[in-house]
Design a protein around this ligand. Sequence first.
Ligand code: XBP
Ligand code: MG
Length: 234
Amino acid sequence: MTIKAIIFDVDGTLADTEDAHRISFNKAFAENNLDWNWDVALYDQLLKVTGGKERIKYFVSDFLKGFTKPENFDDFVKHLHAVKTGHYTAMMRAGGVPLRPGIKQLINDAHKAGITLAIATTTTPENVSALLEVGLGKNWADYFSANGCGDIVPLKKPAPDIYNWVLHELKFAPADCIALEDSYNGLRASLAAGIKTYITTNHYTRNQDFAGAAAVFDDLSNLPAFYKAAGLKL
Ligand code: XBP
Ligand code: MG
């Protein structure tokens, strides 16, 4: 099969961003006089739910005892998440998180070879721009033919919605594409969309279940090994 497109997950795949997210959530909680603190061990559990707003609701429902939800709970969560996103994008713009090993080279090699590139993520569009403006430069969007982020689909990963949205945008069949992911939720989503998927792990996802993945790598520091496994002639 000739690969026509590579679809990239963002958090944990393009860059190891989850602790920057975690720190940004904690800043937003403190600023709103909430004594909530998501340490690494708790955040590892909360990552079971994708999407920042959904994750806050999961925390309130399944981890908090005795918290009285404010009346307009949805607006309360949206506000917390907007404050969090402000902190996260500021961290990214301050050069907070570099792209993971091999990612920039892969994007350049594939783009030069005429392979279509796309993004499929549950994170917020502002977060993608802030990360990639630093990682790939201000014209970062020129590399990508589709940028599937956050709330544009009804269901976030592990649902396949964001990958199906990207396939529709690209007008490619699943068999024309490969996906690059970091997590169980991400893999479930891309496989449910019928897309052959390669995994690069990180400290949050390394012990997750990657059954069904085409291959699992620690990272892409050995690009030739990835190109060989994926059948990419770059
Ligand atoms: C990972 C996520 C996101 C981030 C937080 O997305 O699940 O929710 O943890 O970002 P990806 P938001 O699909 O790129 O791995 O607060 O913007 O959701
Ligand atoms: Mg991810």
